[in-house]
Ligand binder design. Structure first.
Ligand code: PLP
Length: 397
């Protein structure tokens, strides 16, 4: 079987390149540059060196002994992407794309950001390579993630607030695409997840595949066999694609992606695309989209800015349809409980996004035998969320 996507960027019926004429040439240029870079040993060696000496890879795999005991079943292992430089898996992709941008002769990068993590990662990589950087961010997200806004500015980036629509990630992507159309000669658009038009979903997945490659070796070494279950939260789906990729060929390993169930099942109250959405096109790719009866993109809600997006990566849409990956939803309240649980039992404050994956594990761990392994992608650390959690819980800081 040929690896996906196909030459036109399709994962089965999903993916593709639904963009205005003006973006076709830059996307083709990007695809050619990426195809050439990934085959170039010098590029790969330089990327591997940066991942090791700058980003902090390989990240450890931690056995969560007290959490496992508390859940009374399987042995839970945490893939520690929270220990990456800048605190989440986003840096793997940002460093890769900025290295590619420099190779393409671009002097400026732009990015969208939701939780602020991708903006911080891109601003960081831009500083490392001496590229000018502008980050688009919904003003609602700016409020929720004020610390990350200041971090980006410290890193020399310009942060542009987007006041349109729901003032969140989807609106920031619209603005970034608009900027890219206008400035494509000098500018590379560092897209932050496995979203958007081809080649982004495949390219971002490939930059994140290091997570699964490491975790597969580590879990075999530390647990002695493959895990029974691998769990990751799914915003756009990059940390999940990064860890799932290595395990997809092993049919005996169950894979579960966790979406934001928000505050209820009504349209607008969550970001669970697979239980509440239908196939459609958003931001240049065909995938599951939350939409109303007229096909208008719906509003979303999640306590975690990084999961608060109405579409999902097209490869996840295919995995959903062919049932290779199961997708479940976890509510805001369940995620907040898991946030506290991991902090108290393991001394790790997870990102609220990650807390969704952990909440699912707390629900199902008992169903597994004592010796079974469960691998969770700990996509990021929760320092960025401490203020928001305190506010939600009525704690005055
Ligand atoms: C951005 C982010 C996510 C969601 O993005 P994916 O592309 O779905 O991985 C999840 N966890 C953390 C910590 C993030 O910063």
């Amino acid at each position: 079987m040929k690896p996906l996507p196909d030459d036109r960027g399709y994962f089965g019926p999903y993916g593709g390149r639904f963009v205005p004429e003006t973006l076709m040439a830059p996307l083709e240029e990007l695809e050619r540059a990426w195809q050439s870079a990934r085959r170039d040993r010098t590029f790969r060696r330089e990327l591997d060196t940066l991942l090791a000496t700058y980003c902090g890879r390989p990240t450890p795999l931690s056995f969560a002994a007290r959490l496992s005991d508390n859940l009374g079943g399987a042995r839970v292992f945490l893939k520690r992407e929270d220990l990456c430089h800048t605190g989440a898996h986003k840096i793997n992709n940002a460093v890769g794309q900025c290295l590619l941008a420099r190779r393409m002769g671009k002097v400026r990068v732009i990015a969208e950001t939701g939780a602020g993590q991708h903006g911080v990662a891109t601003a960081t990589a831009a500083a490392l390579f001496g590229l000018r950087c502008r980050v688009y961010m919904g003003t609602e997200d700016e409020r929720r993630q004020a610390l990350n806004v200041y971090r980006m500015k410290l890193l020399g980036a310009e942060v542009v607030g987007v006041d349109a629509g729901t003032k969140t990630l989807k609106d920031a992507i619209n603005e970034a695409l608009r900027d890219w159309v206008t400035n494509v000669a000098t500018t590379h658009y560092v897209l932050g997840s496995v979203l958007g038009p081809h080649p982004y979903p495949a390219m971002v997945r490939d930059f994140q595949s290091v997570i699964g490659a490491e975790a597969l070796l580590q879990v075999r070494r530390q647990h002695g066999s493959l895990p029974r279950l691998v769990v990751a939260c799914v915003g756009g789906g990059s940390n999940a694609a990064g860890i799932f990729g290595a395990f997809v060929p092993y049919k005996q390993v169950e894979l579960v992606g966790v979406e934001a169930g928000g505050r209820g099942t009504g349209l607008g109250d969550h970001a669970a695309r697979f239980s509440g959405g239908a196939p459609g096109v958003l931001h240049g790719t065909r995938t599951y989209v939350l939409q109303d009866q007229n096909g208008q993109v719906a509003g979303t809600h999640s306590v975690s800015a990084g999961l608060d997006y109405p579409a999902v990566g097209p490869e996840h849409a295919l995995w959903h349809d062919n049932r290779r990956v199961g997708y479940v939803r976890v509510s805001d309240d369940e995620a907040l409980d898991a946030f506290h649980l991991l902090a108290e039992l393991e001394g790790i404050v997870p990102a609220l996004e990650t807390a969704h994956a952990l909440a699912f594990v707390t629900h199902v761990a008992r169903r597994y035998a004592k010796g079974d392994g469960i691998l969770v992608n700990l996509s990021g650390r929760g320092d960025k969320d401490v203020n928001e959690v305190a506010r939600l819980e009525g704690v005055r800081l």
